[in-house]
Design a protein around this ligand. Structure first.
Ligand SMILES: [Zn+2]
Length: 187
């Protein structure tokens, strides 16, 4: 579990290190607010992928074998190299049911929980894929993530329009050229 007292103390130290006074009016409550905010934004740190699958993987029996696409689920995350915000992130998921389908809101919840960690966009993509493969009982899952990283856009090389795109294609999405082309078209 996230240690809010330690986060509060760390925020106070950062304020001091920046040369400001953590006791002045505008900042006095900031460490506590920061700790609460981080605790919420890092909710996924408290759970493994397997636990996320168990908590949010409720499925329903289905005989359909048509491709299911859930596009442009918005999520936020923080890059583990700078603890900088990754924003304008959108997760798109595609799968071919193997006897069951997952509730659409559950896909969003899984994406959100995988993102709410100190992350790399590549690993968010893989984590979502891993959880979905476990709950859907098939490797015919494709995950696409697009996002902007404030460590790229606001500092350093400052490329405000830089958009990072990652994907993980499994099963038939990787091996069947037709399905692969179809899913790429959809995304
Ligand atoms: Zn970064």
């Amino acid at each position: 579990m996230v240690d809010e007292a330690a986060l509060e103390q760390a925020a106070r130290m950062i304020i001091e290190a920046l040369g400001d006074d953590p006791t002045r009016e505008g900042l006095v409550e900031t460490p506590r607010r920061f700790a609460k905010m981080m605790s919420e934004l890092m909710e996924g740190m408290s759970y493994t992928n397997h636990e996320i699958a168990q908590m949010h993987g409720k499925c329903f029996t289905s005989t359909s074998d048509g491709m299911v696409v859930e596009k442009d689920i918005p999520v936020f995350s923080f890059c583990e190299h700078h603890i900088a915000l990754m924003y304008d992130m959108q997760v798109s998921v595609c799968y071919v049911p193997n006897g069951k389908v997952i509730g659409l809101s559950k896909i969003a919840r899984i994406a959100e929980m995988c993102a709410k960690r100190l992350q790399l966009q590549e690993r968010i993509t893989q984590d979502i894929w891993d959880v979905l493969v476990e709950v859907l009982d098939t490797r015919d899952v494709a995950v696409f993530v697009r996002g902007k990283h404030s460590c790229m856009t606001a500092r350093g090389i400052k490329k405000p329009e830089a958009l990072t795109c990652t994907n993980v294609l499994g099963g038939r999405f990787r091996d069947d050229p037709l399905l692969r082309a179809e899913v790429r078209e959809l995304m």
